[in-house]
Ligand binder design. Structure first.
Ligand code: URA
Length: 205
């Protein structure tokens, strides 16, 4: 991008963030604290797309700042991708939850909610124009690559696209690593996740 294009992209990201703060395109805003818009540098070469903000993100107003964000940060560090150089967002920008006692438990967004939020993701893609998009988990992967996409079978594969970005590399959601049943399974899951991000790092070099 030229400096003029970069400046326009920054203006457009700021404008998008401000507009999204008042989004009422679906009902999820009613029980969320705030819109959690994407964050990162406007000239990011890689965009990570999660499912929706979690409890911590909803309260902080920033994506991937909770436990799943720490798993992502660790893997990024391991493969040498600086979080300062990436853009991180979600397919759905309000936290959907159900109450369990005093806790707010993640509730999976449905197809209508994902579709209602899609214009924001498309606008982020248009403003940032990343070289690589990394859907994290099935919700983001299927939103971007279609309902037939299977993360388990196709994770880590380099997919060349024209609509989304030159390359898409899908992987699991980092919170799936946190749900591993024991430390050995968790380490194995973290290793596989890191291997997928190494594919991304390779594309950037
Ligand atoms: N999980 C997500 O998908 N996104 C976040 O921002 C945090 C947790």
């Amino acid at each position: 991008m030229t400096a003029v294009e970069l400046a326009a992209a920054q203006r457009s990201l700021d404008a998008l963030r401000a507009a999204a703060a008042g989004c009422r395109a679906c009902h999820l805003w009613e029980h969320a604290t705030q819109t959690v818009f994407g964050e990162g540098t406007r000239h990011a070469e890689v965009m990570f797309v999660g499912e929706q903000p979690g409890d911590k993100e909803d309260l902080a107003g920033h994506p991937f700042v909770g436990p799943a964000g720490r798993v992502l940060d660790e893997a990024l560090e391991e493969v040498g991708i600086d979080r300062e150089h990436v853009y991180v967002t979600n397919a759905v920008k309000h936290f959907k939850w159900k109450a369990r006692g005093k806790r707010r438990i993640h509730d999976k967004p449905n197809a209508a909610e994902i579709a209602a939020c899609r214009p924001w993701l498309d606008a982020e893609l248009a403003a940032v124009r990343p070289t690589v998009v990394v859907p994290l988990g099935a919700t983001a992967a299927q939103a971007l690559l279609g309902r037939a996409f299977r993360v388990t079978a196709q994770r880590g594969a380099v997919i060349e696209t024209t609509k989304i970005a030159p390359f898409v590399v899908a992987t699991v959601h980092p919170s799936s690593i946190l749900r591993a049943p024991d430390p050995a399974a968790r380490h194995a899951a973290q290793r596989e996740f890191t291997a997928d991000l190494a594919v991304v790092a390779e594309l950037l070099h």
